[in-house]
Design a protein around this ligand. Structure first.
Ligand code: SF4
Length: 230
């Protein structure tokens, strides 16, 4: 399929699938693009999608970006999911270790230049893994942030050059937690402790009552996204 054909298909499918269930979108995505992967961060949306994928197509590749800086609770959530589903996550690591990063760029790069740190530990590894696939699935939702408000259920990802499926784009936070409770899905216990959005330990804090759900990410900085989603 050339670029023109992909863009035409995406436009048509985004309209057709706008009101489809996440499961129906996943089924279509996997059937149409067998060379597809799911990017899992172990956040609430992503554990929902892991559960759905295990019920629909358990052999679908699922990867996570191991920045080396995740909370221990995030790694424990990963391990519990491996145990429950018997699945194998593809681990994607940065090209350099935290020690090499400190040597090359100084200590605490996440404080001095968070964008450079995210580029090293998230964007480059993501670019590397996505180059092996023709489509990817993410857990982004429109009401998570203004930067995500226009996300389509199916879109052409110009940044990484492949088709992107966002099956939960129209779901609310309540929809996500209803699914988790109804299906007894394993989730990161930090969510119960005022961490609605969880990234690296150095760049995530608890939120206070009334704060935006993503206020705990890169708190005090202009930055609102890692650079994984345009
Ligand atoms: S979220 Fe923070 S620690 Fe993690 S890669 Fe980005 S800047 Fe670095």
């Amino acid at each position: 399929m050339n670029l023109f054909e992909k863009e035409a298909l995406v436009k048509q499918k985004a309209e057709e699938l706008e009101n489809a269930s996440p499961q129906a979108i996943l089924e279509y995505a996997i059937e149409t693009f067998p060379n597809i992967t799911f990017a899992c961060s172990f956040g609430a949306e992503d554990v929902v999608l892991v559960d759905m994928l295990q019920k629909i197509s358990p052999k679908t590749d699922i990867f996570y970006l191991d920045t080396d800086f995740h909370f221990k609770e995030t790694y424990e959530t990963r391990d519990k999911m491996i145990e429950r589903y018997g699945l194998k996550f593809v681990e994607v690591k940065p090209a350099i270790t935290p020690e090499e990063q400190a040597e090359l760029h100084g200590p605490e790069l996440w404080k001095s230049d968070a964008t450079a740190c995210c580029n090293i530990r998230k964007v480059e590894p993501l670019t590397r893994i996505l180059s092996k696939y023709e489509a990817w699935i993410t857990g982004i939702r429109r009401d998570q942030a203004p930067t995500r408000a226009n996300a389509k259920k199916v879109e052409y990802d110009t940044k990484f050059g492949l088709i992107k499926f966002n099956p939960l784009a129209s779901w609310t936070n309540e929809d996500v937690w209803n699914y988790i409770r109804e299906n007894n899905v394993i989730y990161n216990p930090l969510h119960d402790n005022n961490y609605p959005s969880i990234g690296c330990e150095y760049c995530t804090r608890q939120i206070m009552p009334g704060e935006d759900p993503r206020a705990g990410r890169w708190s005090g900085q202009e930055k609102t996204e890692c650079g994984l989603h345009k």
